[in-house]
Every structure is written in structure tokens, then in C-alpha cells.
Design a protein around this ligand. Structure first.
Ligand SMILES: [Zn+2]
Ligand SMILES: [Zn+2]
Ligand SMILES: [Zn+2]
Length: 485
């Protein structure tokens, strides 16, 4: 009623109610409607009650909305899941799939999971592969024939690109276990058939020693990865590969670490190498020794230590030997070899008398004592190499008639050649001077390479020496520094 209305009067109200009374047909409909909601109300007369409010939506429309809310994650046309999380879960957890269980890696008789893989479309698998690096994408495509059919050749085409060379090598290294009769060639980026299977031996650098037939074997622009052991001796990465493969997978995959050791002589020096596998990496020890005369002048010292061919030390050294104190320490050790007294002339006579009075005699076999500079073991800060310089007495077998002992300088190097998977590895890269992110004092903080190595062969005892840095100031002058020569 409006505000102006004079107010309800009994007579007027009765008139209105009779005027607004609903039609007969409507009355029946409302009655039926009421009966479904409240039976007690239905028994009462509805004549004097206002009509019930109309629902906001028609019942059919309301039902449709309710259905849409309940099935919001489903595509109405295709019946497919719209939500990716639901989709992934439905693959295993929500589907009534009794075969689903945790991955049974150790069960050799497990059921193949091909059906589960096939549930996803090629587009979906390509989408997943899009998140992986080229190595992992190719490994995924290589894992099973179903995955290969889903992903196609695209991941392998990607690996062939020159900029993906390292990814390709990583992928190929993963196939090592399935190829015992082949060896991965790094210049070619492919596996070659081993031609000397089980008979591979390290030979001098000038001997052609092909482990497989390779089109790049003589290509100096694309050489195989190698490391200089000593003058005229090279360690090809293939030998590290073969040794570590045999260690990881079995004898038929390569050669044993014991078989790598060699003894050889060259340019008046004699060398011996020995190998050990420790915590998945190949360690090498090279002992180099030569006879040293007392009182050598600097030029004679150089002649003794350096090869005339490449001006590198005859003994085994890492790529950083020019920096730091390795060469000065070697020269210092040479200067400690006792010199014979000059026994000629008046001064010689004086020495003779003095020595006789003090009961002293020149002994060419006297022990050489090294000083605080040349005695400690040196460790290269940039690569896993440790050096020990010693002066010892050893027998000179070159004279057949008499037994002659002479002073000998011995330079021993212990080094870590890495795990033998790729030449880009940390240790191999560091000893060749190709990486500058190696910190040997962090990697061998607790125990030195030499101590690990010598503990494995108890027959060899190592004098207890403190280990100091070969290049304490980390000055890197290389060829420009003059200390090395
Ligand atoms: Zn090759
Ligand atoms: Zn010294
Ligand atoms: Zn080094």
C-alpha cells in the first residue's frame, strides 16, 4: 500500500481481497506446488496469504548451472579434463587402475609401463620434452619404442647441431654400458669398434697406437684428448675411459688399472708409472729420476731438467708448472748435493789437513739434506697434482764391472685423472689447464693424493712431509715469468 492510502478499512480490505483473488486454475497450481514443500501449509487455506516469491532462475536453468559447477574440470564437448593437475593424477591415482604402484626398478619381471606412456598424446610428450635439455630429451626418446614413437626423431636431430656437441657427448656417454666392444671417440662424437680389445697398452708417443679405426685419427685440427705424462709419453683419454669402464661395468669393457703401469727410460731419465682407482677416479703416480752431479752451474741444471725439444721438464708436470715454485725447488734440491773438496793446490792441502784433524772425509755417498724450501711436498693450487722432490743415492748400472752409487734427483708426481667419462670433466680439464674452477686445496682438504695413493700400496712408504702450495701467491706469469727457466 502506498503512503497516501487512508489505511486499511474492514470493508475496503474485503473488497480488495475478493478483487485480487486468483483465478481457479492458478489456485490449483499453487496448491500442488505447496504440497511438495510443506504438507501442513497445504491443509490450510491459502486464500489470505501472499504468493510465494518466484525463484531467481527457472528450475531447468538452475539444474544446468549446478551441473556445470560440479563438472567444471571437464570439457563439456569432449569429456576431457581441462585441469592439467587432475589430468596427471587421473593417469595413476584416480583411475581405477589396479596395476598402479611404486616404480619397481629392482624387479626384473615387472610389467611394462607402455600403456601408461601411451595414454599421453605425442603433443603432450613433446611438451614435456620441451622442458628438458637436449641430452635428457634424447634419453627420453631413447628409453622405449613407445616413447620414440611419441617423440620421433626431433630430439636426435637437435643433438646433431654443432652447438649441442657437449649434450651429444653426455648422451653418448650414457650408452657406455650397452657397448662393451666399442669406445666413444670424442673428435667424431661416435662409438668406434675396438680393434685391440683387451690388449690396449700405453705406448711411447712416437708409436702409432690406434685403439679403433677413426677418420679423425691423423687430423691435427681435431685431435683426440690427451695429457702429457712426461717427455715423449702421452696419456690418451681413451685409456682413462677404458680403465674406468672396466671398473664400473666389468672386465670386458676395458683394461685394468694395474695393467696401465709402465717403466721406461729416455734421455738419461728413468720413469715408472703406477695407477690406482680411488672413489671412482683414476689416480696416477709418475716417478722420474736421473743422476745428478754435485755443484752444477745454472746452465747445467737446465740441461738436466729441461728437454731441448719443447723446453718442458723431463719429469711429469701439470699444465701449471711454469707458475710458482716447482722449478726453483728442483734447482734448490740440486744445490744441496755435497760437493767434493778441491784437493789440489795449497788450499786443497789446507782442507785435507782440516778434515784429517776433525776426522772428516768427503763421502760422495753422503745423504743429501734438503732445506725448508725444497723439502716439503708441493701441491698445484689449480689442479689435482702433488710433487715431491728428493735426492737419493742409487746404483748406476751402466758400468758393468764395478758397483757405482751416485746421487739421484727423484721428482714424484701424484695426480688425479678424473672419472674417465668426458674430457670436459673437472679433473682432466684442470690438469690440462682447460678449466680454472678447480681448487685442489678444497677437493683434497683432508687427505692428499699422495697419501691416498701410498696408503693403498703399503710397500711404498712416503716420508711424512707437509703439503704446501706450489704457487702460494697464485701469480700467473706463464712463459713471461723468468723463474721457471
Ligand atoms: Zn673417431
Ligand atoms: Zn733447498
Ligand atoms: Zn697444476
Amino acid at each position: 500500500m502506498s503512503a497516501e492510502s487512508p489505511g486499511p478499512k474492514p470493508g475496503f480490505r474485503a473488497f480488495l481481497s475478493s478483487a485480487l483473488r486468483s483465478k481457479k486454475s492458478r489456485q490449483t497450481l499453487r496448491k500442488a506446488n505447496r504440497s511438495t514443500t510443506d504438507l501442513r501449509l497445504a491443509s490450510r487455506s491459502s486464500a489470505d496469504e501472499p504468493p510465494p516469491p518466484m525463484p531467481a532462475l527457472a528450475p531447468l536453468q538452475a539444474h544446468r548451472l549446478k551441473y556445470e559447477q560440479a563438472h567444471a574440470h571437464l570439457d563439456s564437448q569432449l569429456g576431457e579434463y581441462r585441469d592439467f593437475t587432475t589430468m596427471i593424477h587421473s593417469l595413476g591415482l584416480l583411475e581405477p587402475d589396479d596395476t598402479y604402484g611404486p616404480a619397481e626398478i629392482d624387479n626384473a619381471y615387472r610389467k611394462p609401463g607402455e600403456e601408461d606412456i601411451a595414454k599421453l598424446s605425442p603433443e603432450m610428450w613433446n611438451y614435456i620434452a620441451g622442458f628438458l635439455n637436449p641430452t635428457d630429451a634424447a634419453s627420453l626418446a631413447f628409453a622405449s619404442i613407445t616413447l620414440y614413437r611419441r617423440l620421433g626423431t626431433q630430439p636426435f636431430m637437435l643433438l646433431e647441431r654443432p652447438e649441442n656437441y657437449n649434450y651429444k657427448i653426455d648422451f653418448l656417454v650414457g650408452l657406455d654400458r650397452s657397448l662393451p666392444h666399442h669406445l666413444l671417440c670424442f673428435p667424431c662424437g661416435r662409438y668406434h669398434r675396438r680393434t685391440q680389445e683387451g690388449q690396449e697398452r700405453i705406448r711411447p708417443a712416437h708409436v702409432i697406437n690406434l685403439l679403433y679405426n677413426c677418420p679423425n685419427a691423423q687430423n691435427s685440427l681435431n685431435p683426440p684428448p690427451k695429457n702429457r705424462i712426461t717427455h715423449g709419453r702421452i696419456m690418451h683419454f681413451s685409456f682413462v675411459q677404458l680403465t674406468m669402464r672396466a671398473h664400473r661395468f666389468g672386465r670386458e669393457y676395458g683394461i685394468q688399472a694395474e695393467d696401465l703401469g709402465r717403466r721406461w727410460q729416455r734421455d738419461g731419465w728413468s720413469f715408472s708409472s703406477r695407477f690406482l682407482i680411488y672413489e671412482g677416479r683414476l689416480l696416477m703416480r709418475v716417478k722420474s729420476q736421473t743422476f745428478a752431479e754435485p755443484g752444477l752451474v745454472p746452465s747445467a741444471q737446465r740441461l738436466l731438467l729441461y728437454s731441448r725439444e719443447d723446453y718442458c721438464p723431463y719429469f711429469s708436470a701439470c699444465a701449471h708448472w711454469r707458475d710458482g715454485e716447482l722449478m726453483p725447488a728442483c734447482k734448490c734440491a740440486l744445490e744441496h748435493i755435497p760437493k767434493p773438496r778441491d784437493t789440489g793446490g795449497l788450499q786443497g792441502l789446507e782442507h785435507k789437513v782440516k778434515d784429517r784433524l776433525q776426522g772428516r772425509q768427503f763421502d760422495p755417498h753422503a745423504l743429501t739434506l734438503l732445506c725448508g724450501f725444497c723439502r716439503p711436498m708441493r701441491r698445484c693450487p689449480e689442479c689435482p697434482s702433488e710433487y715431491l722432490i728428493e735426492v737419493k743415492i742409487s746404483e748406476d748400472k751402466s758400468s758393468p764391472r764395478e758397483i757405482v752409487f751416485r746421487q739421484t734427483i727423484v721428482v714424484t708426481r701424484w695426480t688425479d685423472l678424473g672419472d674417465g667419462t668426458t674430457p670436459g670433466g673437472l679433473e682432466w680439464g684442470a690438469i690440462n689447464g682447460k678449466r680454472d674452477d678447480y681448487d685442489s686445496f678444497a677437493h683434497y682438504a683432508k687427505r692428499g693424493i699422495a697419501s691416498i695413493f701410498e696408503a693403498a700400496f703399503t710397500a711404498d712408504t712416503l716420508p711424512g712431509q707437509r703439503v704446501i702450495s706450489m704457487n702460494p701467491n697464485k701469480k700467473k706469469l706463464g712463459e713471461d715469468g723468468h723463474d721457471w727457466y
